[in-house]
Ligand binder design. Sequence first.
Ligand SMILES: [Zn+2]
Length: 228
Amino acid sequence: MSAQPHRAGLLLAVVLLALGLGLAAPRADAAAPETVVREQGQQARTLELAVRAQAQLHERERTLLALNRRADARERALLGRKAVLATYGYHGDPERVRAVLPLASYRLSAGFGLTGPLWEAQHGGQDFSTSPGDAIVAVAAGVVSEVAWSGPYGLRTIVTLPDGTEVWYCHQDDVSVYAGQAVEVAERIGSVGSTGNSTGPHLHLEVRPGGGGPIDPLDWLRAEGLAP
Ligand SMILES: [Zn+2]
C-alpha cells in the first residue's frame, strides 16, 4: 500500500521535469532537449556575428574618419602651397608645378644681351631689381652644383636642373643652400644682395642650357608658362 503514493510522486516529478524543459525552450512546441541546445548555440553564434559586424562597422568608421582627416590636412597643405606658388607667379595645379619666378616682387632692370661698361661682353642674364634681403627661390627643382664667390657675379649659387640646364643666381647677400643639395621648385636658396660687380641690390639670373652659353632667362621663364 505504501508503494502507490511513491510511484505517483515519481510520475509527477517526470511530468514537472518535462513541463520545465518545455518552458525553458524558446518555443513551447520544440521541447526536445537537443533542439533547445542547438537553438541556444545558434543564438549565441548570431549574437557573436552581430557583435563582430558592429566592431567591423566601428573600425570602418574610424578608418574613414582618419582618411578624411588626412584628406583635410592634405587639402590645407595644398592650399598653402598654392598660395606660396601664386606669390611666385605660378597659378596652376600645385602638384604639376615645374617652374616659378625667382622673386615675389621685383622690377625688371637690365635685360639679356645688353652691352655696356658694366659687362665685359654682353649681359648674360636678366636683372631683377628689388629690396636687399628679399628671398630668392629656385625657379625649378634641381641640385645645387656650386655655391661660391665668383668675381663680378658676387656670391653665386648654381642649380643644375635634371635636363642639364644651369641656373645662376648672382650678387646674393647670403645663401641658404649648400653644394650637392637637392632643391625643390620655389624653395628658398638665398637672399638678394649687391655683391660683386653690382650698382644696387638685384638678382642677376642666368639660364645656361646644358651648362653652355646663356640664353634669355625671360624666354626660358615664358616657355615654362610664366609671365615675368
Ligand atoms: Zn645682371
